[in-house]
Write a protein that binds this ligand. Structure first.
Ligand code: MOS
Length: 673
């Protein structure tokens, strides 16, 4: 199907958070900490307040109180403590965005600075084992005797990989518009991956009852996780609007976005894997070192995919975290799976070479019967099918494994493979379907369409259930006044919202006028099974011996992600994920400023992402799975699996091309030469 909102988007008629026309609106602009750790000694707003058009300056010396238990990243102006460089310490509200920005430069903030520490290392004295990692997994697991398995192995690897800080770069930077009505009800137009959760968080932070807050987010220009939780712009807009008694709008710049809307933690990952003479794993150990802020413990589940992927009699996984003077890391497309599978799938490639085995064959031989860590049966698992289908489509059978021997002029040519995986979850959701005059059906659910095509696929799901032409179905989403729905995240949007839409439509068929659904009981009753999507990615790269540039001349993915709901939407999701994985492999990196704290890369001139010219040969295919253990649609999520494994497939291809193993991303020309 074509996107329901495609036309309004490409003609500029779709309204995003910062674009709602509102009478008498004022604009806010943030002032950010210039030290990495310490305290705000004094805020002098005198000269800022003297500028014509300036309405107010908010800071720890002048701001309303927020809830005591507010998330520290959202508790704006509640403390003098500075936890990281770039943290919001003040804000100016003015008649225009330009005046606010000018005045922000006039706000003088004096600090007491302390020594800071922003450097992750695998021997940092502050490292500790978190109790759980996101969303709620044990930090460490162990079964069997890893040391004995490694000792007995016919071949083994002991390798360490590093991934940098990565930043979600949605096309639409974070923005919010807040309006208080005369009864003290707050309306926030926000860039949010979910309005139900955002309403709860905004209300909780401001100390308001939830029914006093409404969050509207009709169109979102991408999020990738950075809009999965409420960000400071929403709280700031609400605070500022209350202070000046007018609607207040704030649009973060991309540079500010790098500081205050989350990022993917850097990781250092050590893998030890052994294999016997038959190519079966004897032991697998995967330990990740990662960071969080001093404010909040955010522990990325980096080694959790190693609990899912391959069978080994001995399996040990773990996470070590250090709290640094940095912003709190957050979700970025396939948090955990993406960096974790980069390292695991690179190590599997190294192991294949060490054992003299084809890397596809090594993976096939170690495909487990049940989920290795839990022992649970899989609802469906078609990794081997994806590897075989991908190998066939890619032409893998003709591959000469010898690295560094194919050259076409200045270009060294190589190919690589890696597996993908992502959990297939769903969450409780509500929906309403109503018969309208004329026989059209209105479906309402507080889902979010962040560019994925949620409106479109929900229309298709409703139409399919009702036996109606999709043209007759209208979907309303993106508003916390609609039936409560989970976030567009964790690749579970369609599975969660779709389940509720199917049930509401079934009820409408019975009732004739209206159908209401709440899937809480249904989701709770889901049987205990290991539910994951799988995939295989194949890359061909050309590496210039002159410039060190790596070009991806072919990237091919085959995914097994349940029933594919719509071919066009699904293909876009897979291609988008794979392209983002290409960026991770070759370009994307945010350097931390060790001397002053904060980040050195803070815009798209410095933080490079693939352009169309980089991604001309990306192909996505799928095996249509029949899995009755998932949800009424039989679908698995597809938003994140496309980025999982891509960087490893490309890195493995670079090794095959050059004979050199690059173990820290991104693989830039400077490293290659
Ligand atoms: Mo996605 S990182 O689960 O929003």
């Amino acid at each position: 199907m074509n996107r329901t909102e495609g036309r309004v988007k490409v003609t500029g008629l779709a309204t995003y958070a910062a674009e709602y026309p509102v009478e008498n609106v004022a604009y806010a602009y943030v002032v950010q900490a210039q030290i990495a750790k310490g305290r705000v000694k004094r805020v002098d707003a005198t000269s800022a307040l003297e500028l014509p058009g300036v309405l107010a300056v908010l800071s720890c010396e002048a701001a309303p109180r927020l809830a005591e238990d507010a998330d520290p990243e959202l508790a704006l102006f509640q403390s003098r403590e500075v936890a990281y460089r770039g943290q919001i310490v003040a804000a100016v509200v003015a008649e225009t965005h330009e005046i606010a920005r000018e005045a922000a430069a006039h706000v003088r903030v004096d600090y007491d600075a302390d020594d800071h520490d922003v450097s992750l290392s695998s021997d940092h004295p502050g490292l500790y084992q978190p109790e759980v990692v996101n969303p709620n997994f044990p930090s460490d697991t162990e079964k069997g005797d890893v040391e004995a398995g490694l000792t007995a192995a016919a071949a083994a690897v002991d390798v360490t990989y590093e991934t940098p800080v990565l930043h979600n770069n949605p096309m639409e930077p974070h923005a919010a518009l807040a309006l208080w009505d005369t009864e003290g009800r707050l309306l926030v137009y926000d860039t949010a991956q979910g309005t139900t959760g955002s309403r709860a968080l905004i209300a909780g932070t401001l100390g308001l009852p939830e029914d006093q807050v409404r969050v509207v987010s009709r169109h979102v220009g991408g999020g990738f996780g950075s809009k999965g939780t409420t960000r400071p712009q929403a709280i700031l807009a609400a605070l500022a609007a209350r202070m000046v008694g007018r609607p207040v709008k704030i649009a973060l710049t991309r540079q500010q976005m790098f500081d205050v809307t989350g990022y993917r933690t850097p990781t250092i990952q050590r893998l030890r894997i052994g294999v016997d003479a038959e190519g079966r794993l004897t032991a697998l150990e995967h330990v990740a070192y990662e960071q969080s802020s001093t404010l909040v413990e955010f522990a990325e589940q980096t080694t959790v995919p190693a609990r899912v992927m391959y069978g080994a009699p001995a399996l040990r996984t773990g996470h070590r975290l250090v709290r640094l003077d940095v912003a709190t890391p957050s979700w970025m497309r396939a948090p955990g799976e993406c960096p974790g599978m980069y390292a695991l799938e690179s190590a599997m490639d190294e192991l294949a070479y060490a054992a003299g085995l084809d890397p596809v064959e090594l993976r096939v031989r170690n495909d487990p019967e049940t989920e290795p860590d839990s022992g649970l049966p899989f609802s469906s698992r078609n990794l081997v099918g994806c590897l075989r289908e991908g190998a066939h489509r890619f032409g893998w059978e003709h591959r000469d494994p010898e690295p560094g021997v194919r050259r076409e002029g200045e270009w060294l040519v190589g190919t690589g493979v890696a597996s993908s995986t992502y959990p297939a979850r769903r969450s409780p959701c509500k929906a309403v379907a109503t018969m309208q005059n004329g026989g059209d059906v209105l479906v309402q659910v507080a889902a979010a369409d962040i560019g994925t095509g949620a409106r479109t696929v929900l229309r298709k799901i409703a139409a399919g259930t009702l036996g109606l032409d999709p043209e007759r179905v209208h979907v309303e989403l993106g508003d916390s006044d609609l039936p409560e729905a989970p976030v567009a995240g964790g690749s579970m949007g369609t599975a969660s919202w779709g389940s509720a839409v199917v049930r509401a439509c079934e009820e409408l068929l019975r009732d004739g006028k209206e159908g209401r659904a709440d899937t809480t009981d249904e989701v709770k009753a889901d049987s205990e099974l290991a539910r994951h999507a799988f995939g295989a990615q194949f890359a061909e790269v050309r590496v210039s011996a002159v410039t060190g540039e790596v070009r991806v001349s072919r990237l091919l993915g085959v995914f097994a992600a349940g029933h594919i709901m719509d071919a066009k939407l699904a293909r876009s999701q897979f291609l988008g994920g794979m392209t983002m994985g290409m960026g991770m492999a070759l370009m994307e990196e945010t350097l931390t400023d060790e001397e002053f704290g904060g980040f050195l890369h803070r815009d798209l001139a410095q933080y490079h992402v693939p352009a169309c010219a980089d991604a001309q040969h990306v192909e996505a295919y799928w095996l249509d799975e029949q899995d009755g253990e998932l949800n009424p649609m039989g679908s698995k999520g597809i938003g994140e699996i496309g980025i999982v494994g891509t960087a490893a497939a490309i890195g493995n291809a670079v090794f095959h091309a050059t004979g050199h193993r690059f173990r820290d991303l991104p693989i830039t020309p400077a490293k290659v030469l």
